[in-house]
Ligand binder design. Structure first.
Ligand SMILES: Cc1ncc(C[n+]2csc(CCOP(=O)(O)OP(=O)(O)O)c2C)c(N)n1
Length: 587
């Protein structure tokens, strides 16, 4: 009998009987519906790469060779955020595996489903400080949802099936599979597995009906309710239910950085993003509301500011699939553990379109705040306004998928872009500089028909700029806009305000690469845009360009990002507001 896993032309239907561990691993992954892997080879993972080669020849899989393993994790993460599917990345042992760590932590903090495959030194030498041995299982233990070290080849099919199940159900997250090289080489009797039976793991949480009734009672009584919507609502695909609930009771909606897209920010009930750099009217609404309905949000410190002073007049309904989040930072009056979509659907089915609307005065108050403290992109003569650049992209490409890096440009992008669910892709919890371009690359691989734009900063971009080579190799057609202020802008802003202008290691002007030439060095198109150019025409040209393009927008160097809640302050103490009287309506 021809040994399976050894012959090019093998179909997955034939994949039973004698096979290598490497074959079983790749075959099991393909059986999960995976079409794309992002990774980088090396000694310990070579048997698996040999199977990837064969799977690519059969047309079962596409492997995207990144130029640094961190980018593989971010690309898989972008792929997952844009589609809701599990993203898969792969690397060798030792340095390959440790290069994944930031990407795994990024995914864990934002609850993104990843399966991460790492090669390991042969079982016999584990623990001997063998060449390129590192305990990646131990290193990543605090930043994964779950992890496996394969001990026997006959565990592979089960472990892969479990890993995909765990990564994608309940509160999603990254799952690591470490495979020693000898196991990958070993022949065994391979039986694919379809069904996962996991004792002690529950993801189909049934919500408490009494709590749902209690929530409805509070919603019916509230005069100043506010929906506070986080990334959990995007993951649960709950945007329709949020809209229905908001419309039915005329409840204004604020979203977190992770929740952006869960509610149409052009709708009159939207109060935009809240928190440290949120809209002033969003923070006013939180501080003034009498009922806060937290849906898939976790009361993160960048959202709450000083926790004791957050939403001081509000009763709280907290809906989250992860029981560990409910009440972690703020004790709710009504705690509902469950899938946001299902919980909201239960609330909707127990209420009707004829509910009494008590929020008219509240909405008037919010409109007044919106009029008094609008978010407006400033215009400068002789300098390019960073906010205007981002707003122009939002105007011309309102339905694009946007990824960002981390810093001022990220916050401005959050303030001025208003696209749909899964189209806003940003490292929120970990705040990982270097995330934007590789994530965009992953989004474009997943959704080749979509416009994908990366809004980056000059410092962030330099953290993973090697991925220009990946774009060049595969012709991955993304648009990269560097909002170039010649600084680690957000660091400069904090140093000016809180460290008396001592700019310790934040000026990026010296050593700044010529970004146009850099793009050209990778065989890509580069473009420079300054205040002297017609911004509208430049953005139109970038969007119309057929192929990857890197654009250096030379913006005003010392622009600050406002409004801002100073670190440790209450959300009522925002800086950078217009001078107007602000009285809360409380009655
Ligand atoms: C990997 C990493 N290192 C350091 C930081 C801390 N940090 C946050 S924002 C920032 C500056 C970002 O500068 P840039 O990318 O140019 O964006 P800008 O703020 O100028 O828009 C730094 C250093 C981080 N978030 N991530």
């Amino acid at each position: 009998m021809q040994k399976t896993g050894q012959k090019t032309g093998q179909t997955i239907e034939q994949a039973t009987g004698q096979a290598t561990g490497a074959f079983a691993l790749i075959d099991s992954i393909i059986r999960q519906g995976v079409k794309h892997l992002f990774g980088y080879p090396g000694g310990a993972i070579l048997p698996v790469y040999d199977e990837i080669y064969k799977a690519e020849e059969r047309g079962d899989l596409v492997h995207i060779l990144v130029r640094h393993e961190q980018a593989a994790a971010h690309a898989a993460d972008g792929y997952a955020r844009a589609t809701g599917k599990v993203g898969v990345c792969i690397a060798t042992s030792g340095p390959g595996a440790t290069n994944l760590v930031t990407g795994i932590a990024t995914a864990q903090m934002d609850s993104i489903p990843l399966v991460v495959i790492t090669g390991q030194v042969p079982s016999k030498v584990i623990g001997t400080d063998a060449f390129q041995e590192t305990d990646i299982w131990g290193i990543t233990l605090p930043i994964v949802k779950h992890s496996y070290m394969i001990r026997q080849p006959d565990e592979i099919a089960r472990i892969v099936a479990e890993a995909f199940h765990i990564a994608s159900t309940g509160r999603p997250g990254p799952v690591l599979i470490d495979i020693p090289k000898d196991i990958a080489h070993q022949f065994f009797d391979y039986e694919p597995i379809q069904k996962v039976e996991l004792l002690g793991y529950r993801s189909d949480i049934k919500s408490d009906l009494d709590q749902i009734s209690a929530a409805i009672k509070l919603i019916r009584q509230a005069k100043r309710p506010l929906l506070y919507v986080g990334g959990g609502a995007i993951i649960a695909d709950a945007h329709r239910e949020i809209k229905q609930l908001a419309d039915r009771f005329q409840i204004p909606v604020t979203t977190t950085l992770m929740g952006k897209g869960a509610f149409d920010e052009n709708a009159h009930l939207s109060v935009g993003m809240l928190g440290m750099h949120g809209a002033a009217y969003a923070n006013f609404a939180v501080q003034g509301c009498d009922l806060l309905i937290a849906a898939g949000a976790r009361f993160d410190d960048r959202v709450t500011g000083k926790l004791d002073a957050f939403a001081p007049e509000a009763q709280v309904i907290h809906i989250d699939i992860d029981p560990a989040e409910v009440g972690k930072n703020r004790k709710p009056e009504v705690a509902i553990t469950g899938d946001v979509k299902q919980v909201l659907a239960s609330i909707l089915s127990a209420t009707s379109y004829e509910e009494e609307i008590l929020t008219k005065d509240w909405l008037k108050q919010i409109q007044k705040w919106k009029n008094e403290q609008p978010l407006v992109a400033p215009h400068y003569v002789g300098e390019l306004s960073p906010q205007e650049v981002i707003a122009e992209f939002g105007k011309q490409a309102p339905h694009a998928f946007y990824t960002t890096d981390v810093g001022q440009h990220q916050m401005w992008a959050a303030q001025f872009l208003k696209n749909g669910p899964r189209q806003w892709i940003s490292s929120a919890g970990l705040g990982t500089m270097g995330y934007g371009m590789p994530a965009a690359l992953g989004v474009k691989v997943a959704l080749p028909g979509e416009q994908v734009i990366c809004i980056s900063g000059d410092a962030s971009f330099q953290m993973n700029l090697q991925e220009l080579a990946t774009l060049a190799q595969y012709g991955i057609n993304i648009k990269i806009a560097i909002i170039n202020n010649g600084w680690q802008g957000m660091v400069r802003q904090w140093q000016k305000k809180y460290y008396d202008g001592r700019y310790a290691s934040s000026d990026m002007e010296v050593g700044m690469p010529n970004f146009v030439k850099l793009a050209e060095a990778f065989g890509l198109k580069g473009m420079l845009v300054t205040f002297e150019d017609d911004l509208q025409a430049a953005v139109a040209q970038i969007l119309a360009y057929e192929g990857p393009i890197l654009v250096d927008f030379r913006v005003k160097r010392d622009e600050n990002c406002y409004p801002m809640v100073p670190p440790g302050a209450s959300n009522s103490e925002m800086e950078g507001l217009r001078e107007v009287s602000r009285e809360l309506v409380t009655g």
